[in-house]
Design a protein around this ligand. Sequence first.
Ligand SMILES: [Zn+2]
Length: 417
Amino acid sequence: MNEFSYIFLFFLVTSLLLKLWLNKRQMIHIMSHRDKVPDDFKGKIDLEAHQKAADYTIAKTKIANLNSILGSALLVVLTLGGIINVLVDVSQAYINNDIWSGVALIMCIFIASHLIELPIAIYQTFNVEQAFGFNRTTAGQFIKDQFLQIALMLTIGLPVLYALLWVMARMGDYWWVYAWLLTISFTFFMTWLVPTFIAPLFNKFTPLEDEALKTRITLLFERCGFNSKGIYVMDGSRRSGHGNAYFTGIGNNKRIVFFDTLIESLNTDEIEAVLAHELGHFKCKHITKQMFVSTGVTFFGFALLGWLKQQNWFFDGLGILQINDAIALLLFILVTPIFTTFLQPISSYFQRKFEFEADAFASTLAKPEHLIQALLKLYRENASTLTPDPLYSSFHHSHPPAGVRIKHLKSLIHSVS
Ligand SMILES: [Zn+2]
């Protein structure tokens, strides 16, 4: 233990308390608005749906509490509790090669944490999602998904981790620049790999068949000069009743994916409006901007790791007896989030700003009324709360609160007509 131990514990406890306090505010705020549909939504969302959204959000927030507490406890046990020291000894006793024993250590901790958090995931899927009528996953499907996730962690994670630890060991003082380049290239590679090869392992993707809708979408793309490799429908209903749409891929591998649940619930006008919003993100260069920022953050992260790796107090403070590359990388991945929690409102702020810009762009291609209708349906069907706590929302939400967003879209109707 040293001064850094106290700093670590201070940030760990403060970030946990902050999350629990925000969750508490969120639950109190929702409960106090549970008995009445907000005026802006009167006649559009009935009391029953509003109350279901309140109960569902509260149930999910309780699970978030549990996850935060478990995550913090796990972190203390691993570091100051000495579990990492034990695992380092075991991995080095069985594996002679430094890099491979490092890979084994990190993989073992990742997979173990995943398994420790599994009971909460099971509870969430088969109790909470089930109770609110969203779950469509069977036990068999759930087990299959778990095996698939662990298999992917091993087939993709192992070689990347090996490459990273190899760079740390062999590339001299500026290893962190090479590690950064490796990570960036890997991210781009995954952006290409995920939609084409990984997502199809979990879901079925079929080209959109509805000709009328396809024509509307193609015309929309032409109007704003967007090239895409395809429009797909994903069988999201296999696991859940929640609906969504997203853009994925890079370069000419871009594709649009609609959940089958979304196609079922929205009409053609509404789907066009949702798509126009997604195109807004593309046209306003939000994706490029986000990539640019994450590239910069990764650079800074590796530079910091390069420095921390040479500081004995960093290892001592976290109760670690040995100093090596794999342990430095592992500690960095585990400990950084407790410090960055406090920066979350900044990223949420920019994400919400992007949402307003995409809505404004969408209203030049499709009627804002249609987007409002689509959003109302989505809020109702996904049981999203209409009354989040403003402070909680500004911290956690990547999208503006329902009321604020609809108000902004209504103002766009007036400015268009
Ligand atoms: Zn958006």
